[in-house]
Design a protein around this ligand. Structure first.
Ligand code: AMP
Ligand code: MG
Length: 416
C-alpha cells in the first residue's frame, strides 16, 4: 500500500490541518520497527534498545539472607526462652557451616546466608549480651529482616522485555543475573542536511544576507542524545540537481533522512516535485505552532522527514513528531514523554485549532511549580529554546490561558 493510502484510512486525517497527535499516528501506521540486532557487552548496552526478553536463569538473591546486622534465630525458640547461645557467625559471602541447634542463634551480617534452621533476624541494637548468651526482648515478629531467595528476580519469570530502553538500573539488573552480553537493536542510521542558499557553515565569514547554519547543530544534539548513528551531510544549495544528488547519496546510507528548510510555500513546489520523483512524499500542514509545514515520506528504504527551516520550528517538529517516529523505528516501547501539570504564572496568548509549544521556564515558588514563557516566541528565536527548560504544551482546542490556570509542560530533560 502507498503511504497516501495508509494514512487516508485514519479517522480525522486532514493533510491541510493535521493535528500533532494524528501526525504521530499517521507515521506509526506507515513505518514498522527495524529488527536487526547485535550482541554487545552489558556496559555497551547503556542507552540502547533491548532486542530480547531477559529471563533469569538464577534467583536473585540466590539464597535467603539477612537484611540486617543482628542475630539469626529460630522464631519458635523465642516462645519458650528468650536467652539463646551464640553458636557462631555468618558474614556476607562466608556462610555459617554448622547446624543451629534448639536454643542457639548465629551472629549474622547484612547479606549473610540464613543459617540452616533459622528463620528470623533480630537486629543487634535490641539484644543484650551476657557472656555467650544473647537476650532477645519481647515483640519480635516471625521472619522479620529476612530477604528471600528470588525476592528480586525469579528463575523463569521475565524481568525485561524486548523494546525496553536500557538505563543504568537495567544494565545493573542484567549484571545481577551474571549475564555478560545481550542482544540490542542495531542503532538507527540517520542522515541529515540543511537546505538554503543563504546558509554557510561555521569557519567562514558572513557576507550580506548570509546566516550560519545552526539547524545541523541542534539536530546533531537532539539525535546524539537519542542514541542514533549520525551522518551529517552538510549544507545543500536550493538547486534541484544538487538536492537530488544528496537525497540519493543519503538513502543509500541511512535508515532515515532529515532535512531542514525548503518546505515552506515559496520553495515547496520544486522540492515537492523532486521528492515525488525520487520516492513517495506526503506534504502536511500540521496544526502546530511553531512548525506548520512538514514533509514525510520515503525514498527507497529510507524514511524522510522534511522539516521547516526556522530553528525553533526544527526543534519543535523534531520533539513533537520526529522523535516519536525514530523511537518507534528503533523498536522502543517506552518512549512517551510525560506531560506534567504546572500553574501558569502569567496570561498566555493562544488561539484554538492548533497545538502550541511555547518555550517555558518552570520554577518553584512557595512550594508550587509554576511556569512562565521566555519572552519572544518567534520561530526564529533560538534563544527562546536556550533560555527555556520546558515546553508549555497548549492543547489543540484550548484558547487563551489566564494566570493561575493549570497548563501541561514537558521538561526538556525528559525529551532526550
Ligand atoms: P525555509 O523553511 O527554508 O523557508 O526557511 C525558513 C527560515 O529559516 C529562513 O529565515 C531561513 O533563513 C531559516 N533557516 C533555514 N535553514 C536554516 C539553518 N540551517 N540554520 C538557521 N536558519 C535556517
Ligand atoms: Mg530556505
Amino acid at each position: 500500500m502507498s503511504l497516501a493510502q495508509v494514512v487516508s484510512c485514519l479517522d480525522g486525517y486532514d493533510p491541510d490541518a493535521l493535528r500533532v497527535d494524528k501526525a504521530r499516528e499517521a507515521i506509526r501506521a506507515c513505518i514498522a520497527p527495524l529488527t536487526a540486532g547485535e550482541r554487545v557487552l552489558v556496559r555497551k548496552a547503556l542507552g540502547r534498545v533491548l532486542a530480547e526478553d531477559i529471563v533469569p536463569k538464577i534467583n536473585v538473591p540466590a539464597h535467603d539472607n539477612s537484611a540486617m546486622d543482628g542475630y539469626a534465630v529460630r522464631f519458635s525458640d523465642l516462645e519458650k526462652n528468650n536467652s539463646l547461645i551464640e553458636a557462631g557467625t555468618a558474614f556476607a559471602g562466608k556462610p555459617f557451616a554448622g547446624k543451629v541447634r534448639l536454643g542457639e542463634c548465629v551472629r549474622v551480617m547484612t547479606g549473610a546466608v540464613m543459617p540452616a534452621g533459622t528463620d528470623t533476624v533480630v537486629i543487634q541494637e535490641v539484644v543484650k549480651k551476657e557472656g555467650d548468651r544473647i537476650l532477645v526482648p519481647q515483640g519480635q515478629k516471625r521472619a522479620q529482616n529476612v530477604r528471600y531467595a528470588g525476592e528480586d528476580l525469579k528463575v523463569g519469570v521475565p524481568v525485561l522485555r524486548a523494546g525496553k530502553f536500557l538505563r543504568p538500573a537495567e544494565i545493573g539488573l542484567i549484571a545481577s543475573l551474571g549475564i555478560g552480553k545481550i542482544l540490542v537493536r542495531k542503532k538507527l542510521r540517520v542522515a541529515f542536511f540543511s537546505t538554503g542558499d543563504e546558509l554557510i557553515s561555521i569557519g567562514r565569514k558572513l557576507k550580506a544576507g548570509q546566516i550560519y547554519d545552526s539547524n545541523r547543530y541542534t539536530l546533531y544534539g537532539m539525535l546524539e542524545r537519542l542514541g542514533v548513528e549520525i551522518l551529517d551531510l552538510g549544507v545543500v544549495r536550493d538547486d534541484p540537481a544538487k538536492l537530488k544528488q544528496k537525497y540519493l547519496f543519503a538513502k543509500s546510507r541511512a535508515d532515515v533522512i532529515i532535512t531542514t528548510g525548503g518546505v515552506s510555500v515559496g520553495e515547496a513546489d520544486f522540492v515537492k516535485q523532486l521528492m515525488a520523483e525520487l520516492g513517495e512524499v506526503l506534504f502536511w500542514k500540521i496544526a502546530m505552532r511553531p512548525g506548520r509545514p512538514m514533509a514525510f515520506g520515503r525514498i527507497g528504504k529510507a524514511w524522510l522527514f522534511g522539516l521547516p527551516g526556522n530553528p525553533v520550528a526544527v526543534m519543535v517538529t523534531f520533539y513533537g513528531v520526529v522523535r516519536d517516529a525514530l523511537l518507534h523505528l528503533a523498536g522502543r516501547s517506552d518512549g512517551e514523554v510525560p506531560l506534567l501539570t504546572a500553574v501558569a504564572s502569567e496570561n498566555l496568548r493562544k488561539v484554538p485549532g492548533r497545538t502550541e509549544y511555547q518555550r517555558g521556564i518552570l520554577f518553584n515558588e512557595g512550594g508550587i511549580w509554576k511556569v512562565r514563557i521566555t519572552g519572544q516566541q518567534g520561530s526564529g528565536v533560538l534563544r527562546s529554546m536556550a533560555e527555556a527548560n520546558c515546553f508549555i504544551v497548549l492543547e489543540h482546542a484550548r484558547g487563551a490561558v489566564q494566570a493561575g490556570e493549570n497548563v501541561s509542560v514537558q521538561l526538556f530533560e525528559a525529551l532526550a
